[in-house]
Design a protein around this ligand. Structure first.
Ligand code: GAR
Length: 198
């Protein structure tokens, strides 16, 4: 079997996108494997989920630490696990420019809006308040700015007249779970094909 790209997933909470990334990795022809799930929140429910499935987990509380100092710990954990690509999955902290730079082009993020619209929080409430006809989710390459960087995949979801931020979030999340593993697999396959996976 051809080698798979080694992916580290970063979470801060529930971890449902991480779970969808793990589920897709079970397919024999999936071009990536998840070798580490890391979190800035030792209480993140997603950590227990990954641990129960035999995936290595790493957690450290970021509170009281400078951003760059904390990110150096994450970086060391990723390098120790020989990670080749990072997937942010509900990682709710901005990364330091140093961290982003040292993984340039190798960090993906999923965001629950049709980027470049609605970076940051409360994306669904903002889309409804603006009277938008559709919302959605985007996977993008991470740059130092929040929810910025080239979009590699996007799914559109219609906003219904009766939608609340919660009902819309639920429908968009279902699409996130389809979009993220597929986008990650495509990026992983591209990196493997490039012959420069390290
Ligand atoms: C997801 O909806 C993800 O798109 C969003 O947080 C949620 C995490 O859920 N991420 C962002 O808003 C990043 N700016 P999960 O922990 O169940 O995957």
């Amino acid at each position: 079997m051809s080698p798979k790209l080694r992916v580290g997933v970063m979470i801060s909470g529930r971890g449902s996108n991480m779970a969808s990334i793990l589920a897709a990795a079970e397919a024999p022809d999936c071009p990536y494997e998840v070798v580490l799930v890391a979190s800035n929140n030792p209480e993140a429910p997603g950590l227990a989920f990954a641990d129960e499935r035999g995936v290595a987990v790493w957690a450290h509380d970021h509170r009281g630490m400078k951003r760059a100092e904390f990110d150096r710990l994450v970086d060391a954990a990723m390098r120790a696990a020989n990670v080749q690509m990072i997937a942010l999955a509900g990682y709710m902290r901005l990364l330091s420019p140093e961290f982003v730079e040292s993984w340039a082009g190798r960090i993906l993020n999923i965001h629950p809006s049709l980027l470049p619209k609605y970076k940051g929080l409360d994306t669904h409430a903002r889309a409804i308040a603006a009277g938008d006809g559709e919302a959605g989710c985007s996977v993008h390459i991470v740059t130092p700015e929040l929810d910025d960087g080239p979009v590699v995949a996007q799914t559109r979801v219609p906003i219904l007249a009766r939608d609340t931020p919660e009902t819309l979030a639920e429908r968009v999340l279902k699409e996130e779970h389809r979009l993220y593993p597929a986008a990650l697999a495509k990026c992983a396959a591209d990196v493997l094909r490039s012959g420069n996976p390290a």
